[in-house]
Design a protein around this ligand. Structure first.
Ligand code: APR
Length: 246
């Protein structure tokens, strides 16, 4: 892998536009459970069966118990070397965009600014009924919640996590930023199973723009055979290796 990493570092160093898409695997070394790994299963539920408006409408208590479990897990975690390298790159490279599917806030805690958060934040909430008195969303870092499901301080109804669920639309302004960032010289995807759209589509878009595409993942994914370079390993190991050679 050494010569591949050195060659990649040279491309990264001279890239006019560098974009990175991260997924749950980037936070794995911090102890945050991934969604599709064995440790991510909560009470044997698949994320697709809990992270939907229908599941929430049917059983907000069950869905909140899952999010409360994830919030507790994340609250005790620290950013790892992968988050730190990307935070450093965000300061070092003028045309650097970090797009993430992660809702854990660890990129921001490592010092990354202007993160394009495709799926929202687990630390934000909104009123499920969208009551007129409540803002569209607000930050709430209570861990754990005393009452589940937690209540809207404005109307007393149920609140929901500020994340994008399956079947919901992504914020168009956020999608625009990610779409623009796909027009780059080097596009690196790290720690994602590359199965959830539209996030998975940004890699394809970057390829169409002629970007040199890279995947960092210890496992193979649907993206592995399509990228120019697949680096097999943990993001917390591979990203610092690239950074060393810059
Ligand atoms: N470094 C890099 N990648 C890793 C590491 C690591 N240390 N450990 C695990 N991985 C990889 C796994 O091999 C897997 O391919 O991270 C990926 C995690 O995949 P998922 O759990 O599917 O997470 P993600 O791709 O972020 O999921 C996308 O699906 O459930 C929804 O909205 C949720 O944002 C999430 C989206």
């Amino acid at each position: 892998m050494d010569s591949e990493v050195t060659a990649l570092a040279a491309r990264v160093a001279k890239a006019e536009r560098l974009s990175i898409l991260t997924g749950a695997g980037v936070s794995a070394a911090s102890g945050v459970p991934t969604f599709r790994g064995a440790d991510g299963l909560w009470k044997d539920f698949k994320p697709e069966s809990l992270a939907t408006p229908q599941a929430f409408a049917r059983d907000p208590k069950l869905v909140w118990e899952w999010y409360d479990w994830r919030r507790q897990a994340i609250a005790s975690c620290e950013p790892n070397a992968a988050h730190r390298v990307l935070a450093e790159w965000s300061r070092r490279f003028p045309n650097f965009t970090l797009i993430t599917q992660n809702v854990d806030g660890l990129h921001e805690r490592a010092g990354s600014r202007d993160v394009v958060r495709l799926h929202g934040s687990i630390w934000e909430v909104s009123c499920w009924q969208r009551c007129a008195a409540a803002p569209p969303r607000w930050r709430d870092e209570t861990v754990p919640f005393k009452e589940i499901p937690p209540r809207c301080p404005h109307c007393g109804g149920v609140i929901r996590p500020g994340v994008v669920w399956f079947g919901e639309s992504l914020d168009p302004a956020i999608v625009d930023r990610a779409t623009e960032a796909a027009d780059c010289d080097v596009f690196i995807t790290a720690g994602t199973s590359a199965v959830v759209y539209p996030a998975a589509g940004f890699l394809e878009l970057a390829k169409r723009h002629g970007a040199y595409t890279v995947e960092i993942n210890p496992e193979t994914t649907p993206a592995t055979s399509t990228v120019d370079l697949a680096l097999q390993g943990g993001a917390e190991v591979v990203l610092p290796r690239i950074a060393e050679d810059l």
